[in-house]
Design a protein. Structure first.
Length: 234
C-alpha cells in the first residue's frame, strides 16, 4: 500500500466504464431516441458513426490542450449527435432528448462489485472519490445509486475546466482531497485518460481491464474491481 514511500490514503475511481455503465448501450439509446425523430439508422450503424464522431471531438479537445467547460461539453455532444443522427427531422429536439436521457439514472447501471467493495475499502480508513470526464449531469446520475453514496468528492471535468488526461485535471483531484498525488490510487478503464494520465501526474494507477485488452500491464491491471480488496494488488 505504499508508493514512493507514501501510504495510499485515497482511492479515486473513474465513472463511465468503471463504476457506472450505460444500459443497454449508447448505440441502442441513440437509435431508439433517433427513431422518435425520424431516423432510420439501426444500432450497428449508430455505433460505427458514434465512434468516428467521438474520436473527431477528442482530437479537437487534444488540440485545445484538453481545456473544457460546461458549454464545451454540451457543444461537443451536440456535434456528435448531429453527425451520428444526420437523418432526423428535428436535430435540436433530438439532441435535447438524448442529453436529457443520459441525465436519467434509468440509462445507467452501477458496477456489480461496488456495493460489496466500497464499504470494505471505507472500513480500512481509505477515502473514496470519483473523478470523471463528464459534466453537471453526473451527480444526479449517481445520486440514485446507493452503493456510490460514500464517494466524496465528485470531481467533474466540466467544472474543473480540464479533461483527463490533462495534468491540471489530476492536480485538481489531488487538491480536492488535500493529498499529495503519491498518496492517491487512481482506478479507471481508459488506458490513456486514466492509467497514463494518473501515472504521469504522480499517482499510483490501476487499469480496470475486464475485457483483458492490456495483459502486458500485469500487476497494474484488474480483471474485477473486487481485486482491490486484496492488499497485495496495490
Amino acid at each position: 500500500r505504499q508508493h514512493r514511500n507514501i501510504m495510499i490514503q485515497a482511492i479515486v475511481f473513474d465513472a463511465v466504464g468503471t463504476l457506472i455503465h450505460v444500459q443497454p448501450s449508447v448505440a441502442t439509446i441513440y437509435a431508439e431516441v433517433g427513431a422518435r425523430f425520424g431516423s432510420r439508422l439501426d444500432a450497428d450503424s449508430v455505433q460505427r458513426r458514434f465512434h468516428a464522431a467521438f474520436a473527431r471531438q477528442d482530437r479537437l479537445d487534444e488540440e485545445a490542450a484538453w481545456r473544457t467547460s460546461e458549454e464545451r461539453e454540451r457543444a461537443r455532444w451536440r456535434t456528435i449527435v448531429g453527425e451520428v443522427l444526420d437523418d432526423v427531422i428535428d436535430i435540436d429536439g433530438c439532441f435535447d432528448a438524448l442529453y436529457g436521457a443520459f441525465a436519467q439514472a434509468t440509462c445507467w447501471s452501477c458496477e456489480a462489485d461496488a456495493a460489496e467493495l466500497l464499504p470494505q475499502l471505507h472500513q480500512r480508513g481509505l477515502r473514496l472519490a470519483m473523478a470523471s470526464n463528464f459534466d453537471a449531469r453526473l451527480p444526479g446520475v449517481i445520486a440514485h445509486m446507493p452503493a456510490l453514496a460514500g464517494l466524496d468528492p465528485i470531481v467533474v471535468s466540466s467544472t474543473v475546466g480540464w479533461r483527463k488526461p490533462a495534468p491540471q485535471f489530476f492536480r485538481a483531484v489531488a487538491e480536492s482531497l488535500a493529498l499529495p498525488p503519491e498518496a492517491i490510487l487512481f482506478v479507471g478503464d481508459d488506458h490513456g485518460n486514466d492509467f497514463v494520465g494518473a501515472s504521469e501526474a504522480g499517482m499510483r494507477a490501476l487499469l480496470f481491464d475486464p475485457r483483458r485488452r492490456h495483459l502486458h500491464l500485469n500487476e497494474a491491471r484488474l480483471d474485477r474491481l473486487m481485486e482491490l480488496a486484496i492488499d497485495k494488488c496495490w
